[in-house]
Design a protein around this ligand. Structure first.
Ligand SMILES: C[S@@+](CC[C@H](N)C(=O)[O-])C[C@H]1O[C@@H](n2cnc3c(N)ncnc32)[C@H](O)[C@@H]1O
Length: 166
C-alpha cells in the first residue's frame, strides 16, 4: 500500500463547449459547433508558439461526476464486455482527469478555438501540451480488448455516439 498524500491542482482556465447534459464519448473532429479553451490571462504568455502545432492535448477535471467509482466497468457500447477501469476511458475514476486530443483552429490572445471536444461546458482546465508527431503516436499501437468487439470502424461510430445506418 502506498503512502497517501493529497495533491491540490488549481484550474488554469475553462473549457467552453455546447454540451450541458450530454457530450460525445470521445471528441468528434468535424463537429461544426464552437469549442473554445479560455486560459486565465495570467497564463496567456504560456501559449506562445502553441499555434505552430496542429494538435494539442488537453487535461481537465471531469468535475461533475457523481457516480461511485468501480474497478470493473462495462462501457455502454461494449455489448456487455467488462474490463478494468484502468483499461477503459470511463470518466468515473479515483482521480477524474480527462485527456482529449483536438486540432487547433485558431488562437486569439488567451482563447484557443479547437475542433470538437467531449466535455461539458465550463469544465475546469488543468493543462495543455502540444501533440508532437512521432513522439505522441506509436506505429505499433493496437485496439487491445476492443478487438473482441469486432468491426473497429463501426465500433468507433458507437463510441463517439455518431448516428449511422448500419
Ligand atoms: C468517456 S469520457 C472521455 C474523456 C476523455 N476523452 C478521456 O478519454 O479521458 C467523456 C464523457 O465524460 C463525461 N463528461 C465530460 N465532461 C464532464 C464533466 N465536466 N463532468 C462530468 N462528466 C463529464 C461525458 O459524459 C462524456 O461523454
Amino acid at each position: 500500500m502506498t503512502e497517501k498524500s493529497t495533491i491540490q491542482f488549481n484550474p488554469i482556465g475553462i473549457i467552453r463547449t455546447p454540451y450541458t447534459e450530454n457530450a460525445p464519448y470521445q471528441p468528434i473532429e468535424d463537429d461544426e459547433q464552437e469549442f473554445a479553451i479560455i486560459v486565465d490571462p495570467e497564463f496567456a504568455k504560456g501559449l506562445y508558439e502553441l499555434d505552430r502545432f496542429h494538435y494539442l492535448m488537453l487535461f481537465y477535471h471531469i468535475h461533475l461526476i457523481e457516480k461511485e467509482v468501480k474497478m470493473v466497468v462495462e462501457p455502454s457500447w461494449s455489448h456487455g464486455k467488462k474490463v478494468g477501469l484502468f483499461a477503459s476511458r470511463s470518466p468515473v475514476r479515483p482521480n477524474p482527469i480527462g485527456l482529449s486530443i483536438v486540432r487547433i483552429k485558431q488562437i486569439n490572445d488567451n482563447t484557443i478555438f479547437t475542433t470538437g471536444l467531449d466535455v461539458f461546458d465550463k469544465t475546469p482546465l488543468l493543462d495543455i501540451k502540444p501533440y508532437i508527431k512521432d513522439l505522441d503516436s506509436k506505429e505499433d499501437s493496437n485496439y487491445g480488448w476492443l478487438d473482441d468487439l469486432g468491426d473497429q470502424e463501426h465500433l468507433q461510430l458507437h463510441i463517439k455516439g455518431l448516428p449511422h445506418e448500419y
